[in-house]
Every structure is written in C-alpha cells, then in structure tokens.
Design a protein around this ligand. Structure first.
Ligand code: GLC
Length: 751
C-alpha cells in the first residue's frame, strides 16, 4: 500500500479568485464563498471538478498574507492559517479562537486512492449531523460510513442506511463550526472512535479531499449557510402536508377507492392515497395493470371527487422485455448503465431481470422525466422514487459497472438524488404550474431541491419509533426539512398502543405517512378498535388544525433552510442536558412547540424543558424551564409543550386541505415575558403563482411589555383564505378571545 502525507508547500499563488498551493504530492485550492464559508480542495488529479450538491460560485479571494511559515486568509468572520511545512489547514474565528485544526502529524494523506484528513479532537468536542445516521444525537465516539444501501430489516444501530449527507457540525469551547466533505465516493467519518483519542477524521475511498468549512457561530446560521450553498426546498403542495395513507399494496382501483371513501365516511381527515408496486403490469415502470387498474383516469377522477390525491411508486429497474417501451428505447439509445464491454448491466429487482437508467446522463434524465406522462395523464400528482440506492435484491452492484465515463464506486451515493432530480424536472415540465410532490429513499446533499425523503423500511417497535424521529431531527441539520418515517413501522405488526402512539408523534413529523409491508396487518386508522380509532382520528384532526403553522414552518425552510423538526441542540447548543441520551429524542416542531417522544408501554415520561417558561399544550399548566418534569403521557396525550410567548396559527378541522373551512384563522398566543415574532405565510398551496407575488405574508409580533399583538400589513397579492382572525390567549389569567376582520392593513390588538 502506497502511503503519502501531504508535504511542504513548494509554490503559493493567487489566481481566478483562488489561492493555489502546490506540494510534491498534490495541489490545494482555497476559495471563499462568503465570509463564513471557505472551501479547501486538495487533489492529486488536477481535473476540473463538478459538484452534485453545490449551487453557488466562489467570490473574490479575501485578503491574504504570506510569510515564510504560513499563508493567512482573513474574512470578516474567519481566519484560515495555512502552515506551509508541512501543509496544514487551521481554522479560527476572526479573533483567533481555534475552531478546527488539522492534526499536525498526519493532516491530509493518501493510502493508495483513499484520502483522509485527520483533525485535532478537542476535549469537550461534540458532533451532530450526517443526516440519516443511527446512533445518538452526539456522535462523539462513533464511526460512520456513507454508502447508499438498501437496508430492509435494518436495526437501530445499522450503518450505512439509504442516504449520504457528508455534513456535520462540531461544537466545542462554546464555539460552532460545520464541515461539508463534498465527495461522492464511499466515505468515512470518525468522531474520535479510533483508539487514539486525539483525532477525529474523515475520508473517502477515492476522489479529492474537497470540503467546505462553515465558521458561523450558532447552528441556525450554519444550517442557513449550508443550505445557501446546497440549495433549499421549494414550497411543497399543501396537500402533501395532510395525512397520507400508503400500503404495499392496495391491489386494485376498487381497494384504493374503498379505503379513500372509508376515510370520508368515518370523517377522518386525509389527503393522499398511494399505489405501491402492484398497480403496474409486471412491475414495469410507467405501465398500469390492465386487470386491476383498468381505468386509472376514472379511479383518479373518483379520488379527486373525494378530495384525494394519488401518489404512485416508480423504481429505477427497467424490465428486460422486448416490446416494453422503456426497455426498447433505453436499449436503442444506450441509456442504461453498462459493463466495461458496453453491454447493459443486468440485475434482478421486482420485475425480474432489469437494466438501470444512467441518471448521470442529462439526456437520460430528460427521457425518464418525459415518461411520466403515463402517470400524469390519468391525473397522478405525486411520484415516489424507491429502490434507488440502487437496490438489487441486497446484492452488490459490481464496481466495474459504468455510468457514462464513471464507475459505480464514484457515483453510487448520488444515483438516487439524480433519479429524484430527473423525476422532479420531468414532472415539473409536464405539470406546468402545478406543484408536484416527489419522494425519494436514496439521497445525497442537495436532494432537498427536488424531493422529500423517507427513512425506508423501519420496523414496528418502540425503539424504531424513537430512532426514526432521531433520524428526522438529524436530517433536518443537513438541510432536509421534508422528511418522514413509515408511521406504525413498515415491517412486522405494531401493537394497537404503538400504532396510536406513533400516529400521535406523526402529527409532529414533516410528512405524516402511514405505510406498511405486505404480509403485515392492515394499518388504516379503523383497524385498531373503536377506542383507538377515536384517538387516531383526534390526533389527525390536530394535524389539520395546525396546518397554517406547519405551512408557515415550511415557508421558513424555503427561506432559511431551518428544518421544521429541530433537535434541541439547534437552539440550546450549550445546554449539556439536550445531549443526554435520556432526552436526546426531544425536538422543537417549528418555532414554538416542544415534542417529547414517548414509547407506547409507559404512561408517564421525564421531559427536559430547556431554558424559558413552558406550557403543557393539553392542560395549559405552566412550568419553569431548565428542569426535568415528570409528564403524564397517556396514549391520548403525547407530551407537547409550548414555549412562553408562542405564536401559533390554527384553523378549524377540515377533512382535507381542499376543504375551505370556516374562514377563521386562530391566532393562539401563550403569555411570556419577552417579545416574540412569527412569520405567517399563505398562498394557494398548489401552484407556482407565489413566485409571481401571489402570496400573503405577515410578521406577527407579540410584545408583552406593551400588551400588544401586531400583525404587519399583509405582503403579496394573494387573498387569505381566512376572512376572520380570532385571537386566543393562553396563560393571561383571564380567558380572552377577540375577533378581527382579516383586512390587509396592519392590525394592532391590545389586551
Ligand atoms: C421497498 C420500499 C417500501 C415499498 C416496497 C415495495 O421495500 O422501501 O416502502 O413498500 O419496496 O415497493
């Protein structure tokens, strides 16, 4: 094995907004993206690189100075000291506090094609992030691999799972930094898990040591910077935030319609039905089974009459079958991944022997995207991308399989994202001004621009429920706001208690989707006995009550990258208690709600309330923060606490997002001592007209000192669907409620 350690700088020069340093082993290029974002790319290939994730360009090189020993680059926020002999990269705050430094002994080095950077490990350093990774919130002492994997039957410690987000946040000495290692090869992160406790390291089996360093102070700001660099989600269709009912599979149009109409009969709100793989003919993508789904348009029209949308699944595997359009076209045009001899690569998935589109090729993406007319013409508006790690029945894809010029090991981690991108771009074109919903299982940094994600095939256990929500919270740190888990657990059967509990937690999950595997118990809300159905219904109703708050939360994600579900580490970074494994599953849902997940077999739970005052949502009882409270947690009442000063918008219960409701927007305020603010956002929920100014936005401010609630004049051209605003006050000593007409001018309410 050939070992090389990055040696001394021979030459240092500045050109094209970049500082370029050559050593005998490699070339290092330093570029600046903003005062808080610096990129370092160390390569032995000097090939022009392209990123799947990054959508921004560097700005001009900041001030830099050179001495015989070092080069120093200064921005208003950061100081990068590059030691020349040997070449090492050390990041400091502008006033000189160490944020992250190379291990002076090993720095960056290669073992054959594997590249690794060793960093100093600070005694109190914690790490969070990496997206969909099992384990604890604080990843210190753990080692992770990124290698997108179909992971059915995964456990609560399995690694890797389906996705790759090589971005983490480091916390030490009261400081924060972020690091995005933009390398699509199989990669490794070791947060002090290797025996020498003095180092942490990250690396990959190939490619460049190419990372973006984020030096903003505060995790919110780091997430904002990371999503500025890699993009943010766009406004989702409002209907996708409603309740979604899925199953592998509803076997016929009749069954789909029956389930949908049962929701309406039983008055359980819902918006979405799914067709899993069995709607197709022989699992051939872009076909419908002629016997069981004989008239998809008729079925979808009937769903529409009941205010349901349909989402259908697509997998990448194209069945080898002459006469099947996608197969014939793909073969003719050479659109499939190949072996080095040019023959298409073959593996088995649902349809049997398959070929796999080369989603790395733009022409293939176009072709794939255009094929969605088979689904959009009858009226499908949601597109579920599965098995895109890519999966081949749990078998390895040979490393010599080629995608254009690139081999599988280099692109595996982005294959799923490129499929989601092809899907998104295709259906956007076809649907015109209508917002599509795309859902993917495999992903890489930047996928938030195209798709929501779910965490794959979990199991029906309390441990999986808790772990799933840790995954959701962790995904939020990496810019993925629109996430979900299979509520109830995909594999095996939940107890009725677990189903009820998990559903109540689902209310506070960005995507609320009930999904289950074939061979398991049916999961619809009415399968669990009358009493449980009533609880499930009430919880789903709560979701619909909260939609104005949730939709505004998504708007916040589109503007700042801040996720809807936030580990407490984001806002209470320096509070050790939030990393305590006992409380690490707790999270904020939007700006003001604290949710404490509780397993289904207990009726009380210790909940840690961080700094500030809190109110229990269900009882109105007030608690001081910075303490553990023992909260009642019957299945009917998940512990949800509201931050003092909270501004939460609600509406009346509707059966779907298409229903108009009573036109009253409830403005709930919980008393507090400090001024608070909430950005309320509304638009038509279905089109891109908001891009042309058709939205309605107000900043709502609560100032307890002045006893006022002020709604700034409505911005945008959209007329709110609510004609009345009803103020509901909590914790003010007197039950107060006031109604005002929703005119567009500034509104001041005093109490
Ligand atoms: C995979 C998916 C699962 C789906 C099944 C059948 O296991 O993860 O959600 O139901 O395939 O398509």
């Amino acid at each position: 094995m050939q070992i090389e350690i990055l040696g001394n700088a021979d030459t240092v020069s500045a050109a094209n907004n970049a500082l370029i340093i050559n050593t005998p082993q490699a070339q290092a290029t330093v570029t600046i993206y903003s005062p808080t974002i610096i990129r370092v790319c160390i390569t032995r290939n000097k090939e022009a690189d392209a990123s799947f994730a990054v959508i921004k360009q560097p700005v001009s090189l900041a001030e830099h100075t050179e001495t015989t020993k070092a080069v120093e680059i200064n921005t208003s926020a950061l100081k990068l000291v590059i030691n020349k002999s040997p070449l090492r990269f050390n990041f400091y705050t502008a006033d000189g506090k160490a944020l992250s430094e190379d291990d002076p002994r090993f720095g960056t080095n290669w073992q054959d094609s594997r590249v690794i950077t060793y960093r100093k490990l600070y005694p109190d350093e914690k790490f969070i992030g990496l997206g969909e990774k099992t384990g604890d919130l604080n990843r210190r002492g753990s080692h992770y691999v990124n290698w997108n994997t179909d992971a059915p039957f995964h456990g609560i410690t399995t690694d890797p799972l389906y996705k790759t987000f090589p971005f983490f946040v480091g916390l030490h000495s009261g400081l924060t930094y972020g690091l995005f290692f933009d390398n699509t090869h199989k990669s490794y992160f070791d947060f002090g898990a290797t025996t020498d406790e003095q180092t942490s390291w990250f690396g990959a089996d190939g490619g460049d040591m190419n990372y973006y360093f984020f030096g903003a102070q505060g995790i919110r700001q780091i997430i904002q910077d990371y999503t500025w660099l890699t993009g943010r989600m766009e406004m989702p269709p409002l209907w996708s935030l409603g309740y979604q009912q899925c199953r592998w599979s509803y076997m016929s149009d009749e069954e789909v319609l029956e389930v949908a109409s049962t929701f309406r009969e039983r008055q359980i709100p819902a918006d979405v039905m799914y067709c899993d793989i069995d709607y197709m003919e022989g699992f051939k993508i872009f076909t419908w089974n002629k016997d069981t789904f004989a008239n998809p348009k008729k079925m979808i029209d009937q769903l529409k009459e009941m205010d349901f949308k349909l989402i259908t699944i697509v997998d990448p595997g194209i069945k080898i079958e002459k006469g099947y359009q996608q197969y014939d076209e793909g073969m003719e045009r050479g659109y499939f991944a190949t072996y080095p001899d040019g023959q298409p690569y073959t593996a088995s998935v649902w349809p049997g022997r398959c070929h796999f589109p080369d989603f790395l090729n733009d022409e293939v993406k176009e072709w794939w995207g255009a094929s969605f007319t088979a689904l959009t013409e009858p009226g499908v508006e949601g597109f579920w991308n599965d098995m895109n790690e890519p999966a081949a029945w749990g078998q390895n894809v040979p490393w010599l399989v080629k995608f254009g010029k690139r081999f599988m090991p280099e692109i595996r981690n982005v294959y799923g994202m490129e499929m989601a991108k092809a899907t998104y771009n295709g259906v956007r074109k076809i649907l015109g001004n209508k917002r599509p919903f795309v859902l993917t299982r495999a992903a890489y940094s930047g996928t938030q621009r195209y798709s929501a994600i779910w965490t794959g095939d979990n199991s029906a256990s309390d441990e999986h429920m808790l772990m799933g929500h840790r995954l959701v919270n962790s995904l939020g740190i990496t810019g993925i706001s629109f996430t979900g888990v299979d509520i109830g657990g995909f594999i095996t059967d939940p107890t009725p208690e677990l189903m009820v509990r998990w559903n109540s937690l689902g209310v506070y999950t960005p995507m609320l989707r009930n999904h289950s595997s074939e061979g398991t118990l049916r999961r619809e809300p009415w399968q669990w006995g009358e009493e449980n159905e009533a609880i499930i219904k009430k919880d789903i109703e709560q979701r619909y009550r909260l939609l104005p708050y949730i939709y505004s939360g998504f708007y916040q994600s589109t503007q700042t990258g801040l996720p809807l579900n936030r580990t407490l580490a984001i806002d209470y970074t320096n509070d050790e208690k939030v990393f305590d494994t006992k409380y690490q599953n707790q999270f904020l849902f939007g700006d003001f709600m604290l949710i404490a997940p509780v397993i289904s077999t207990v009726q009380t739970a210790d909940v840690y309330l961080p700094e500030g005052d809190w109110y229990r949502l269900s009882s109105g009882e007030k608690f001081k923060g910075k303490q553990v409270v023992n909260a009642a947690a019957p299945l009917t009442d998940l512990p949800v606490f509201i931050k003092a000063g909270a501004i939460i918008l609600m509406q009346n219960i509707v059966q779907s997002t298409a229903e108009k409701g009573d036109g009253i927007l409830e403005l709930h305020i919980w008393n507090g001592t400090k001024p608070t603010e909430f950005v309320y956002y509304e638009d038509d929920g279905t089109t891109y007209n908001y891009e042309k100014g058709e939205y309605y936005k107000r900043v709502i401010t609560f100032t307890p000192q002045q006893k006022t609630i002020v709604l700034s004049a409505a911005e945008g051209k959209f007329t709110s669907r609510y004609n009345t605003i009803k103020l509901v006050m909590h914790g003010f000593g007197k039950a107060a409620s006031k109604e005002v007409t929703n005119k567009n001018d500034e509104i001041t309410i005093t109490y």
